[in-house]
Each structure stands twice: as structure tokens, then as C-alpha cells.
Design a protein around this ligand. Structure first.
Ligand code: PGA
Length: 250
């Protein structure tokens, strides 16, 4: 099964809208010609309109980093899937470990968001991954399995089709530590097997599973060469157009 590699930049809380438009322009200049890799950038909410102006009509997709599960309502400070969609977003990152750690997101809220994103027509990039402590205790598979089953609870195969997963070992995010290609491959295969149980082998084999956590041009080639690693969710290295390009061309 051919899965088109998918590289997405998670800009986190970086860049004012002017800076974000500048970075987006550099990204378009460098990788605007790439057709064999799906590419997206996920700037902060407030930068989305400025970045959209730059990437509209190019091969660079646009995503957000979070959203609320309700369509609208009394949720001060929150943003809905429809709001993102009407701003030109195609993707939304859900359940990033920073959201789970600092903003108390749980598998249950991630699940509600996944359903809302799907219903609205956004492609969720659902993040899972174990902490350093869990990694050292050897419970990676249990943690990841609980997160995967939790995030997709109640979904039928039709709703699941098209969803992207990012395996991000928390101990590798922003730390410079990277899972070895072999370690990451094992977890990716494990995730795909769970998806097979939940939604059938056809959908499981067609699902892109990105790796995230200190991916850089220097290590991207080896990670992306693994049979079950279908792309990357890139934090730090996505803030430099040259490094982002290096990963895409790896
Ligand atoms: P990093 O972040 O590439 O800076 O480790 C990845 C992520 O958090 O998505």
C-alpha cells in the first residue's frame, strides 16, 4: 500500500503574523515544487489569515494546533472547527502532548475533538506518545494503545478514514533526543496493528503515521525510510525554512 508521505510543521506559539507570513513565503519558495510529499504548516490561530494569503493556491496546506469540540457557544477563548475551516484550514493537530500536559487534555476530550473535526471536514492529526518516565518503565505500548483507543472511541471506519496520527515520544519533543529509527518503527507498527483491529486492515494500511520529536534534516532520512513511518510532525526545525526543506527532501 502506497502512503503519500506527509510532513507538517507545528509552529507552536512562535511568530507574529508578519513573521509567520515571511516564513510561509520562504517555505513556498523552497518546497513549492514538491509533489511527492504532502506538506502543511500549522501556525498560531492569529497567524492563520496571513499565512493563508501566502499558501493559497500552492501545494502547502494549512492547519491549526487545537480547537474546541463544540460548534459554537459560551467557551471563552476557544475556537471551533467551522471557524478554522472558513479560514482555509484543512488540518488540525489534536491532543499534542503539550496540550495534554499543560492544558489538561484527556483521551476523552481528544476523542470529542476528533469527532467534531471529522464532522466539520477537517483532517485531524492526532498525537500520541509516552512520557520519559513511562518510556523508562517500559510501558510505551500500553500508554500508546490507551491513547489510540481513547482518541478513536466510537468512530466508525467511515469517520476514521483519512485521519493522520503522529507518534511523538514526549521525551523526544524539543529535547534533541530522538527515538532510534528502529524504536519508532516498532511503535508505528504497533499503532497500525491496533488500527487494523479497530477499523480493518485496509484502512490501517492506508493511514499515515507521522513521527514527531526532534526530527531534523540529519535524522529524517533514516526515520522516514522505515516501512511504517509515513512522515513527520516537526516543531523546532519547522521554524527555519531551510531545515523544514531538508526534512521534506530527505
Ligand atoms: P520538535 O517538536 O520537533 O521541536 O521536537 C515536535 C512536536 O512537538 O510536534
Amino acid at each position: 500500500m502506497m502512503r503519500k508521505p506527509f510532513i507538517a510543521g507545528n509552529w507552536k506559539m512562535h511568530k507574529t503574523s508578519v513573521e509567520a507570513a515571511g516564513l510561509a513565503r520562504e517555505v513556498v519558495e523552497r518546497v513549492g515544487d514538491v509533489t511527492n510529499v504532502e506538506i502543511a504548516v500549522c501556525p498560531p490561530f492569529t497567524d492563520i489569515p496571513a499565512v493563508r494569503e501566502v499558501v493559497a493556491g500552492t501545494n502547502i496546506g494549512l492547519g491549526a494546533q487545537n480547537m474546541h469540540w463544540a460548534q459554537e457557544g459560551a467557551y471563552t477563548g476557544e475556537i471551533s472547527a467551522t471557524m478554522l475551516l472558513t479560514l482555509g484550514c484543512n488540518y488540525v493537530i489534536l491532543g499534542h502532548s503539550e496540550r495534554r500536559t499543560y492544558f489538561h487534555e484527556t483521551d476523552e476530550t481528544v476523542n470529542r475533538k476528533v469527532v467534531a473535526a471529522r464532522t466539520a471536514g477537517l483532517i485531524p492529526i492526532v498525537c500520541v506518545g509516552e512520557t520519559r518516565e513511562e518510556h523508562e518503565r517500559g510501558v510505551t505500548n500500553q500508554v500508546v494503545e490507551t491513547q489510540v483507543r481513547g482518541a478513536f472511541a466510537g468512530l466508525d471506519p467511515d469517520q476514521f478514514g483519512g485521519i493522520v496520527i503522529a507518534y511523538e515520544p514526549v521525551w523526544a519533543i524539543g529535547t534533541g533526543l530522538v527515538a532510534t529509527a528502529g524504536q519508532a518503527q516498532e511503535v508505528h507498527r504497533f499503532i497500525r496493528d491496533i488500527l487494523g483491529e479497530l477499523f480493518g486492515d485496509g484502512l490501517a494500511e492506508g493511514t499515515r503515521i507521522q513521527y514527531g520529536g526532534s526530527m531534523k534534516p540529519e535524522n529524517a532520512g533514516e526515520l522516514l525510510a522505515q516501512p511504517d513511518i509515513d512522515g513527520g510532525l516537526i516543531g523546532g526545525a519547522a521554524l527555519t525554512a531551510g531545515a523544514f526543506e531538508g526534512i521534506i527532501r530527505a
